[in-house]
Design a protein around this ligand. Sequence first.
Ligand SMILES: Cc1ncc(COP(=O)(O)O)c(C=O)c1O
Length: 422
Amino acid sequence: MLFGNQDVLAGGCDSPVRSGWAVGGAPFVQTRGEGPYAYDESGTRYIDYIMAYGPLLFGHTHPALLGNLDELAVGGVVWGSTHPEEVRLAQRVRTHLPSMERLRFVTSGTEAVMSAIRVARAYTQRPLILKFAGNYHGHFDLALLDAGASAHTADAARSGIPAGVTADVAVARYNDLASVDELLHGRERDLAAIIVEPIVGNMGYVTPVAHFLEGLRERADTHGALLIFDEVITWLRFGLRGAQGRAGVTPDLTAIGKIMGGGFPIAAFGGRADVMRVLAPEGGTFTGGTHAGNPFCVAMAHRVLDLVEAHPEYYPYMEMLGTRLADGIASIFARRDLPYAVVAHESIVDFKFRPGPPARNYDDARAADRQKYAAYYHAMRSHKILLPPSQNEVMFVSTAHTVDDIDDTLEAMERSLDVIGD
Ligand SMILES: Cc1ncc(COP(=O)(O)O)c(C=O)c1O
């Protein structure tokens, strides 16, 4: 099947989910975004719940972020020297995430997690990484094994990931400490780190069951390994203290990204000062980047923090919208006698075409009816609602969405279910 312009753009896209392969049909081609809306080539307006897969907590065009952008560029946008504003940004991040005693800026979530893992291996002098099926940590080699989101590496031979990498990764079931113990049995002394999304947004929305994160913390400690939280989605989505603030479990290292740049590419990794000391020039472990900590993206990240700090009311507003959407979907299902669970957590809303309670792991999430989601996606699109073109993704509500947007979405859902059938 052809996606978009494959003649020049490989696969017709820069990130496979955008090709629409998981739902079939023509990909959505966007020409503009404004507030909570996406516009296609004909100028038609859609209520957007993709929100760039997370970064757009404030919608597409918040004036406090995108106003006077040239002010941020008067002194140049990338310098190749260290500067005071990156230090100030690091201090601000640490104020909100005290576990990040030392940190370093990079340009993407992928780089942030990849770097945290290298630091963990260097610090522990061990090779093994334990990760979870259905979590997504970016597109570097080891992260892709049984990853969620739209990463598919089932065919290892064709994936470009060498067997040498696979040998040092164990993939456990989320929310299943027994599977962690089973995989680690006999390899405890090889374990460098456990990496986890403390709240998962990449196999649909999945929350940790009671004691799961505590159990990972205990195991990391017992085996002399580190615990890494991937908060690339969750930091700022769940407030200034992120998922770690909510969970009450402190990781050794954390990766953050997405929302922090207000739509521009900046991310960070960091954690315990004694661990981060392995990084050059203090230690022997290298990470770096031409655009890392560039003054333009750093200034944008300051704008994001200014906005979040000045507007505590944004979170309850998004929660009100998310609850209205989730309750509305749940009552549509109830009226139609459909056995699907709706999960909502503040600005994230999700459901699967799968009977029973909410998914707890990737086996559950994979059991959902993909064809039905594809039909639903296209029916909603015909009613000008833009959902993520993959059931592994979630709906993101932003500060720009309105009650009317939510009500229009619910009306479109009724009409879509009428067409696709129950
Ligand atoms: C939890 C998580 N970690 C890491 C990444 C990778 O971030 P990026 O796409 O900025 O490389 C993503 C991207 O979706 C993510 O959701």
